[in-house]
Every structure is written in C-alpha cells, then in structure tokens.
Design a protein around this ligand. Structure first.
Ligand SMILES: *Cc1c(COP(=O)(O)O)cnc(C)c1O
Length: 491
C-alpha cells in the first residue's frame, strides 16, 4: 500500500492554476534550473533514504544504462521490422531471462513497460486461452492469494474476468489446498507470488504447480520483484524455494528488469512456457485503413530506450555483477533484521524469503515509528492488515544501514513516549489512524467531512472519525474520494 501513489510523499499542496506552453521557449540553462528546483522534495534514493521505488546499483552501472537508453532514445519498437536492433535486443533479453528462470527452448516472451503490464498480459492470455480451450459456462475466473499485487485486480477490471481471493495463512503464504477448493469450471488461471511485495514471502509454487497441471489450468508466477534477486540468492546458496520454470505446471512468469535488474524504468518481461500460449497475448486488427496492425502487448509505440537499457543492464552487470549486488542486498537485509530482532518493541512479520520484509509492533503504534523515521529523513511505506512498515533493501542501503538502525531505535523510543499519552486502543480508532497515515492529509480531511455528513452525530470531530470507516465502506465513497484525489493530482 504505497501512499505516494496518491500524492507527493511529503504531501505537497495541489496546484490548480492553468499552465501554458511558453510563447518563447526557455533557454537550456533556465529549463534545467527550473527542473532541478522541482526535484528538491523528491526521494533521496542515491543516499538510500527510501525503501521502495528506486533500486540503485551505483553510479557506474547507472551511467552505462543511461547511455544505452539515450542511444535508442527515439527508436520505436512498434514495428519489429523497422528497427532490427530493438527486435534483436528484445529477443536476447527474453532469452536471457528464460535461461535465468530455468526455461527450455520453447519459452518465449515479450518486454513490457513494467510489472503491471506483464501481469495484464498474463491475465489476458489466460482469458483467451480459457475461452478457446475450456468449456467455460460463464465469466472466466482467476484465483489469487490475498497478498497478490493490485495489478491482477486492475487486469480483472480491464479485461472482465472475475477474481476469487484466497486468504493467506499466518505466515502470509497461501495454502495450495485452499486455492484448489476455489477452482470452478470457469477458472482459467492460478497465481502465486515469488515473493509477494508486502511481506516478502514466496507462495508454495510447487504445490500450486501440481494443482494447475492436474486441473488443466494456467499458472502465473509473479516474480516482478523477485525475478532478479531470487535466482542470484539461489546461486549464493540461500534457501530459496523453487519458483520458476523448473517447477512443473508454471506456464508464465513476470519479472521486472526495472527493479532488481537495475534497468531504466519501463522494463519488465512476461515469459510464457511456449509460443502457443503467447499467441493469446497478441492483438491484431486487420481492417484498419492504415494497414494491418499487430501488437504484442498493451502499448502501441514502444520505447526503444527502455529496451536498450534493459539489454545494457543484463549485459553490463553480468551474472557476477548481479551476484555481488544480491549479496550486498542480502547482507544488509540480515543486518537490519538482526538489529530489529534486538529491539523488543518491533517484530518482523513472518519469515521473509529474500530482501523485502515488513515490521510491526504489539506494544506501540507502528505508524508512529514510521512518522518518526520520516522526521529523521527516511521514507518508509505504511501497509495495512496488519499495520506494518515495508522495507525493500537495495544496494544503496549497504552504506547507510548502521544509521538506519540507529534512527530506528530513536524512532521507537519517541513512538513509545507518544503511545503513553494515548487513550486505550480501539479498533475503529486504529483503522482511522491507518487511513490517516496512508492517505495524504488533504484527502483525509475530505473523507472526514464526508463521513460527518453521512453520520447522525454531525460535525463532532471524534464522532465523525469513529463513524467514518463504517459510513464509507461498502458505499463506494472511499474509492470515489481516492479517484477524485488522483484526478486533482494529475491536473
Ligand atoms: C512491483 C510489483 C508489481 C508491479 O510492477 P510495476 O512495475 O510497478 O507495474 C507486481 N507484482 C509485484 C510482486 C511487485 O513487486
């Protein structure tokens, strides 16, 4: 649950004034002065102050990947015959990824602009495959662990498929048998994460693969975040459960090269077990007056730069480079986790499998710890159900992790003082506090007003707060408010 989706992480005020293209263009100096000034409140990712969004492998790799992007800045991968360079690089990236994930020669795929697009393609493929290969009696269904990424919900929303959600167990992994119980004649796809983003655990991919095979279903492994860290942790002899094409029954995998692959933003891969499956992903329109149109993924025009940067990252970093980076991330993760285990007020949720995890607390309000860390200059995302803070470790953290730990201890002490002043815990109050911290202040205030309007008690602050969740849930108001907020952000 990333609050920054809804706004600047520092809650900057919205701007409503209309802009015009300048009559006379700025000079380059003016322009860059202006743009650099705009960055002053951005995340300080080079200094490892963030635990999401940017994965920083150091200046050397970054500058090479940037050069590659610039070299193909203008090229367009829409038409594969116009730029054989891009086609060759895309094919090579797909092939390198297929090998990395223990696929055979039959494995094919496409580059997409990100994990979300890869997942959209996996769901679209399953829908089309189901319609052609199964006797569906109704809307196609996909079965997800409750920790699956929202991109699957987005896919279901766009592509008119239904979702059946399987709650995860205490350890935040889904139970394969419980997933199996949800299968119906309309099921087309099972999904597992490797790992899930919020708590960083790998679902039981082997057990799910067996079920998918037995029940003749497609099975997608979401390795968006894990794709370029798990294989290297495996090579480093960390205990990582099998999650890729080495597992029978896996029919597609998504992996984001723009996360632990350290490519430029706009690069993910969707792999299919064979080209018969991938055909269901493609789109064609043959009656256009502009000619026969065919497109492999969601986008039309496809950025050459992102493809070139993905290619450059894999080729320049190399397996050895990824091993080194993975080792740095894992060592840092273990250091941070060991320190957290020494802090009595904090707990690590479950037993994470890789370099991402969440922390929670029984004795204090974990969001308060997040707030205090924010004051100390760290940006840590809040999560819900249960309230927790998320860490995704990247190589930038190696140098600052001692400071992170120091500050975490300070933040806990400060949060403890604050907690003493608090009235007893109340479930609704907790829920409201969750929202307050996950949503930007301006949005929260509006929700509060709306709740007050709906509620009998009227404008009284606490009453409105108490009633808010109950009043808003199930009415679609909350979704509407958030959409309204996004709308304002994008103006
Ligand atoms: C990041 C992520 C996605 C979505 O990827 P985007 O590149 O943000 O679209 C999907 N699944 C998991 C597990 C992720 O971590």
């Amino acid at each position: 649950m990333a609050p920054t989706v809804l706004g600047n992480h520092k809650g900057l005020p919205l701007q409503n004034t209309m802009k015009k293209i300048p009559t006379k263009g700025l000079t380059e100096t003016e322009l860059f002065a202006e743009m650099n000034a705009l960055r002053k409140d951005d995340l300080n990712w080079r200094n490892g102050r963030n635990f999401a969004y940017v994965y920083y492998p150091g200046e050397e790799i970054l500058s090479v990947v940037k050069k590659a992007y610039q070299l193909f800045f203008s090229e367009n991968a829409l038409n594969p015959s116009a730029f054989p360079s891009l086609r060759n690089m895309e094919n090579d990236v797909v092939s390198m990824c297929a090998s990395l994930f223990h696929g055979d020669e039959d494995v094919v795929g496409s580059l997409t602009t990100g994990g979300t697009e890869s997942i959209l393609m996996a769901v679209k493929t399953a829908r089309e495959w189901g319609k052609k290969n199964k006797n569906l009696t109704g809307t196609p269904e996909i079965i997800l662990p409750s920790t699956a990424h929202p991109a699957f919900f987005k896919a279901a929303h766009y592509f008119n498929v239904n979702i059946l959600l399987c709650p995860v167990e205490q350890d935040f992994r889904v139970d394969a048998q419980k997933m199996e119980k949800l299968i119906s004649e309309n099921t087309v796809l099972l999904v597992g994460s490797a790992p899930s983003y919020p708590q960083g655990v790998v679902d039981p991919i082997e057990a799910l693969g067996q079920i998918a095979k037995k029940r003749n279903l497609l099975f997608h492994v979401d390795a968006c975040i894990g794709g370029f860290i798990l294989p290297f942790l495996q090579q480093l002899d960390h205990k990582i459960p099998a999650f890729d094409f080495s597992v029978e029954g896996v029919t597609s995998i998504s992996a984001d090269i723009h996360k632990y692959g350290y490519a430029a933003k706009g690069a993910s891969v969707i792999l299919h077990k064979n080209s018969n499956l991938r055909k269901h992903q493609f789109y064609t329109y043959t009656k256009w007056t502009g000619g026969i149109y065919a497109s492999p993924t969601m986008t039309g025009t496809r950025p050459g730069g992102a493809i070139a940067a993905a290619y450059a990252a894999l080729k320049f970093v190399g397996n050895d480079g990824y091993l080194k980076l993975a080792k740095s991330c894992m060592d840092t993760t273990e250091k941070l986790q060991n320190a957290i285990r020494e802090i009595p007020e904090l707990d690590i949720l479950t037993t994470p499998d890789a370099t991402l995890f969440a922390i929670t607390s029984d004795s204090l309000d974990i969001y308060e710890v997040g707030d205090e860390m924010g004051i100390l200059g760290w940006q840590i995302d809040r999560q819900q159900m249960p309230p927790s803070l998320h860490f995704s470790i990247n190589p930038a953290h190696e140098k600052v992790i001692d400071q992170t730990i120091e500050d975490l201890k300070i933040a806990v002490q400060k949060a403890k003082k604050l907690s003493l002043n608090k009235v007893g815990k109340n479930v609704q109050l907790q829920a409201i506090k969750t929202m307050q911290r996950m949503l930007p202040q301006s949005l929260f205030e509006k929700i509060k007003q709306l709740a007050a309007k709906h509620s009998d008690v009227g404008g009284k602050r606490s009453a409105a707060m108490y009633g808010m969740i109950g009043e808003l849930q199930g009415k679609g108001d909350l979704d509407d408010m958030i959409k309204d907020f996004l709308d304002k952000m994008m103006k």
